[in-house]
Write a protein that binds this ligand. Structure first.
Ligand code: NAI
Ligand code: MG
Length: 351
C-alpha cells in the first residue's frame, strides 16, 4: 500500500534524527511491502531563512495533501532575537492549530535495559514501564476566559461535551490498540468540568466493551504514578492535568532522547520526539535518534493502522539497547559511545 508522509526535518539535530528514522521506515516498507512516499516541507528556522516566515503556506498545503506528518525539531539561538520576524517555535504551534490536532499522546516507556536511569526503586519498575498519557490540547483553563485587575486575577476552566467526547474516543480507541485499560483522570469531587468529563466518558464507554474504564482523581494519579506506575495502560485527562502528569511520567523513564509523541486530530496525525533541536550537539553525530524512530512507530500504529510493523520497530529499539548500543545521552562512564548513524544502523539491522 502507498502512504503519503510529510516530512519536516526542521533545525539542529532534526536533520540527523529524521534521516535515521527514514532509514528505518524504508526498511519496514521493504520488509512488509509498503510504499512510504515522503514530501519534505519547511518550518521553523530553516523556513524563516528561506521564506521569512516560520510556517509557509506551502508547508500547510503539503501537510493537507498527506496522511501524516513526521516532524524533527525547530529552533536555535540563530533565530532567537530576529526583530520583526517569527520565532521558529511559532511555526510549530501554528501547525498544530491549523491541522486541528487536539489530542497529545505521550508515551512514557522505560526500557528494562536502561533501568539505572529511572529515579524510582528497582522493584517498582521491574520488567519495564509502558504508559501512554493522552492530554487534551486545545481546551480547558489554558484557553478559558481570563480576567485581571491589579489585585485580582481569574482563569476559567471550560469544557464542552463535544471537546470531551472527541478526546474520550481517542482514549478508548488507543486503549483498544494496547492493553485495553483506560484511566480517566479528573477532579470530579470538586470541579464541574470534571463532573461533565466523567459523565461523558461513562456515556461513551458502552461503545467500547473491550476497554475497561477506570476513574481516578488527579491528586491520587500523581501519587500512583510513582507508587505503582505499572497499573496504568492509557491515561486520558484534560489539558492542565495532562501537562503536569505527562512531565511527571516522562521523568520516571530517564532520557529525553528516548521519548516520542503524537498530536492527533480527526483526520491527521503529527509525530515528533518530545525534545528540541539541541543546538549544543547539532551536527556532531551525538543525537539519540530513538525518540524520532519511536515517533515513526506511533505513526504506523495510529495513522496507518499497522500495529505489527510498529511493534517491529519498538522491538528493534529494545534489541539495539540490549546489544549495548548507546548514544552519549544514555551511555554510562565507561561504555562505548555510538553515533546517531550507528544507532540507526543497529536498529535497522534488528528489524
Ligand atoms: P532540547 O530538548 O533541544 O535540549 C535539551 C538537552 O537535551 C540538551 O542538552 C540536548 O543536547 C539534549 N538532547 C535533546 N535531544 C536529544 C537527543 N535526541 N539526543 C541526545 N541529547 C538530546 O531543549 P532546549 O535546549 O531547551 O531547546 C533547544 C531549542 O529547541 C530551542 O530553540 C527550543 O525553543 C527548541 N525546542 C523545540 C521543540 C520542538 O521543536 N518540538 C521542543 C523543545 C524545544
Ligand atoms: Mg509541560
Amino acid at each position: 500500500m502507498d502512504f503519503k508522509i510529510a516530512v519536516i526535518k526542521g533545525d539542529g539535530i532534526g536533520h540527523e534524527i529524521i534521516d535515521e528514522t527514514i532509514k528505518i521506515l524504508n526498511k519496514i516498507g521493504k520488509k512488509y511491502g509498503h510504499n512510504f512516499k515522503y514530501t519534505e516541507a519547511l518550518a521553523g528556522g530553516a523556513a524563516i531563512d528561506k521564506t521569512g516566515t516560520a510556517l509557509p503556506e506551502e508547508t500547510l498545503n503539503i501537510c493537507r495533501g498527506t496522511d501524516a506528518l513526521l516532524f524533527g525539531a525547530v529552533g536555535g539561538p540563530k533565530w532567537d532575537n530576529l526583530p520583526g520576524r517569527d520565532r521558529p517555535e511559532q511555526g510549530l504551534l501554528k501547525l498544530r492549530k491549523e491541522l486541528g490536532l487536539y489530542a497529545n499522546l505521550r508515551p512514557a516507556v522505560m526500557f528494562d535495559e536502561l533501568r539505572r536511569s529511572c529515579p524510582l526503586r528497582g522493584d517498582i519498575v521491574e520488567g519495564g514501564l509502558d504508559i501512554l498519557i493522552i492530554r487534551e490540547l486545545t481546551g480547558g483553563i489554558y484557553f478559558g476566559k481570563k480576567y485581571t485587575e491589579s489585585d485580582k486575577a481569574e482563569d476559567t476552566m471550560e469544557y464542552s461535551r463535544h471537546e470531551i467526547e472527541r478526546i474520550a474516543h481517542i482514549g478508548f480507541q488507543t486503549a483498544q490498540k494496547r492493553k485495553g485499560i483506560l484511566t480517566s483522570v479528573d477532579k470530579a469531587n470538586v470541579l464541574e468540568t470534571s463532573r461533565l468529563w466523567r459523565k461523558t466518558f461513562e456515556e461513551i464507554s458502552p461503545g467500547y466493551p473491550d476497554v475497561t474504564l477506570n476513574h481516578m482523581y488527579v491528586d491520587n494519579a500523581a501519587m500512583q504514578l510513582v507508587y505503582n506506575p505499572k497499573q496504568f495502560d492509557v491515561i486520558a485527562t484534560e489539558n492542565m492535568f495532562g501537562d503536569i502528569l505527562s512531565d511527571e511520567a516522562a521523568m520516571i523513564t530517564g532520557s529525553i532522547g528516548l521519548l516520542p509523541s503524537a498530536a492527533l486530530g480527526n483526520n491527521y496525525g503529527m509525530y515528533e520526539p518530545i525534545h528540541g533541536s539541541a543546538p549544543d550537539i547539532a551536527g556532531q553525530g551525538k543525537a539519540n535518534p530513538i525518540a524520532a524512530i519511536l515517533s515513526s512507530a506511533m505513526m504506523l500504529k495510529y495513522s496507518f493502522n499497522l500495529p505489527e510493523e510498529a511493534e517491529n520497530i519498538e522491538n528493534a529499539v529494545k534489541k539495539a539497547l540490549a546489544k549495548g548500543c548507546r548514544t552519549s545521552d544514555i551511555a554510562m562512564k565507561n561504555e562505548k559511545v555510538s553515533t546517531t548513524e550507528e544507532m540507526g544502523d543497529i536498529i535497522a539491522l534488528s528489524l
